[in-house]
Write a protein that binds this ligand. Structure first.
Ligand code: GLN
Length: 556
């Protein structure tokens, strides 16, 4: 029987509910409990796939091809478990399902209302994850903040949930803020008290309060919070800011979060196995050497837009006991000022994914700089497409050449629309999405890094390498080292006359986990370290990269 934990947030947004949910998942998993984590998002978009990265940060893609909230990336990385499309639910998708049922006549003439129809659909989505993956514990994070108009149907649904499935099966954790007020020289618990009052007015009494704070929470304030919010002192858990998100599970373990959760859910107490996680955090915090890696993109003002790329770089750096110092370069600035101004002194360059023509020329210039200066280069999705355009223009002498996405009339569309995309009109959920196999060509850099003949990676794109130019590219020295198994779609390209130059059409960053760094990122980081001229460091974290969850049935 699955037990249910609900995580809500109060006082302000961005308080770390996602990391908290993911950390609790890690702590339960380290006790051998199976865990799944569900995100309920209050916005009306059916999924975040159509949102600007400036609004929402990265769109995380699951193996089964759902475009989801970036918190799903944290869930996967912390629990080392792949999530599915069922693990991300928006209010828009709930309304869409209810309205579709209404149009079909499923409600038999009834008036369709928030309560019970919307709340019923929300509860059904929670049960669906429990039925599908049968975890010991299903953690559900409610996006937004208590008091938001939009969150109300979700809160009402989770209130009803306890009555539906039984008291000891359900637990409510509320994450709040205890701010330090400089002028008073004190920490204040009032916002937490108000937030809990708001939650109680909806009918939810939190069982555990997690109090975010920037300094230690004195015992007197813990008692005060306990007193006013009717939560036992042991269940008032301070969550002080830490230097790396991966430290949060360790701090939460020290504060007794998992022990309380297990007690309250009437599960068996088991000792946690956190030694590996501990050494990983030590590696992250103690490495004294750093690598200077540039990421050239157009969303660099909000670095959350590249969250999984940042994390994948960090995971890879752990394996050589190093630390990555990221230089964010706005591709439009690079366009104006030239590559030298922004890229001088770096040890490696990543051009990540993206959409739209703005800043593309800057990315192409960055690729040219890395290629001609022998700087390790990793191109991801649009980054690969930019490296193809750069090669076409500067080496294959195809001028002009571009991607049909940016210049539909170009005489040399070296990147072209995927044929299956030609008649696509809707933007939402219509790209080539999710896990696809890729066959690796022997004796290539890709083969050396992956050590496998067939790999599976996650995709999110509409355009692809145009096969009409394949021979020209091969003749001029490019290597196509990964293709779809039928050889039709180009998935990985590399340039052997270079210490490390590789690009892929997929998004390897979504597969990287702290305990299983991705081979492309590992290769890139090692090459960047070589570029510094200093020897590689060693670390205990040297795990192989292997899929952790069974492949979806259609790919077996
Ligand atoms: N815009 C490109 C395409 O649709 C690349 C997408 C991406 O980088 N995710 O093919």
């Amino acid at each position: 029987m699955t037990k249910f934990v609900f995580v809500t947030g109060g006082v302000v947004s961005s308080i770390g509910k996602g990391i908290l949910a993911a950390s609790l998942g890690r702590l339960l998993k380290s006790r051998d409990y199976s865990v799944s984590i569900l995100k309920l998002d209050p916005y009306i978009n059916v999924d975040p796939g159509t949102m600007s990265p400036f609004q929402h940060g990265e769109v995380f893609v699951t193996e089964d091809g759902a475009e989801t909230d970036l918190d799903l990336g944290h869930y996967e990385r912390f629990t080392d478990t792949s999530m599915s499309r069922l693990n991300s639910v928006t209010q828009g998708s709930i309304y869409q399902a209810v309205i579709n049922k209404e149009r079909r006549g499923d409600y038999h003439g009834g008036t369709v209302q928030v309560i019970p129809h919307i709340t019923h659909e929300i509860k059904e989505r929670i049960h669906r994850v429990a039925r599908n993956s049968t975890p010991d514990v299903l953690i559900t994070e409610i996006g937004g903040t208590v008091g938001d108009i939009e969150s109300q149907p979700f809160l009402e649904a989770i209130r009803q949930f306890r009555k539906d499935v039984g008291r000891n099966q359900v637990l409510y954790i509320h994450v709040t803020l205890v701010p330090w007020i400089p002028s008073a020289g004190e920490m204040k618990t009032k916002p937490t008290q108000h937030s809990v009052k708001e939650l109680r007015s909806i009918g939810i009494q939190p069982d555990i309060l997690v109090c975010r704070c920037d300094r230690p929470l004195p015992d007197s304030l813990k008692s005060k919070v306990s007193e006013f919010c009717d939560v036992p002192v042991g269940c008032v858990i301070p969550a002080q800011d830490v230097s790396t998100i991966y430290e949060v599970p360790l701090r939460m373990e020290e504060e007794g979060l998992a022990t309380q959760v297990i007690d309250l859910l009437r599960l068996e107490q088991r000792p946690p196995q956190l030694q590996k996680w501990q050494s990983l955090v030590e590696c992250l915090s103690n490495s004294t050497r750093s690598l200077e890696v540039a990421i050239v993109g157009k969303y660099v003002r909000l670095t959350d837009a590249y969250l999984s790329v940042i994390e994948a770089l960090r995971h890879a750096a752990i394996t050589i006991n190093s630390h990555v110092n990221i230089h964010w370069v706005n591709s439009e600035d690079l366009e104006k000022d030239g590559a030298e101004t922004h890229l001088q002194g770096i040890h490696g360059l990543v051009v990540p994914g993206g959409f739209g023509i703005r800043g593309v020329d800057g990315k192409i210039k960055a690729v040219e700089y890395a290629r001609s200066h022998q700087i390790p280069f990793l191109g991801l999705c649009l980054g690969m497409q930019c490296s193809v355009i750069e090669w076409a223009r500067n080496i294959a002498q195809l001028n002009p050449a571009h991607s049909a996405e940016f210049e539909p009339q170009t005489p040399n569309p070296v990147i072209n629309l995927l044929p299956e995309q030609e008649d696509v009109v809707d933007l939402g959920g219509t790209m080539r999405l999710g896990l696809y196999p890729c066959r690796i060509l022997p004796n290539t850099l890709a083969a050396q890094l992956y050590e496998k003949e067939v790999i599976y990676e996650r995709h999110r794109h509409r355009y692809e390498f145009n096969n009409a130019y394949r021979n020209l590219f091969l003749e001029t020295g490019y290597v196509i080292s990964g293709t779809s198994p039928d050889g039709r779609l180009v998935e990985i390209i590399e340039y052997p006359q270079h210490p490390f130059f590789i690009s892929c059409q997929f998004h390897p960053e979504f597969h990287s986990r702290p305990s299983h760094p991705h081979p492309l990122f590992q290769g890139f980081i090692k090459a960047a370290q070589d570029y510094t001229g200093e020897p590689l460091g060693t670390s205990e974290i040297q795990e192989d990269f292997t899929p952790k969850t069974p492949l979806p049935a259609n790919l077996v």
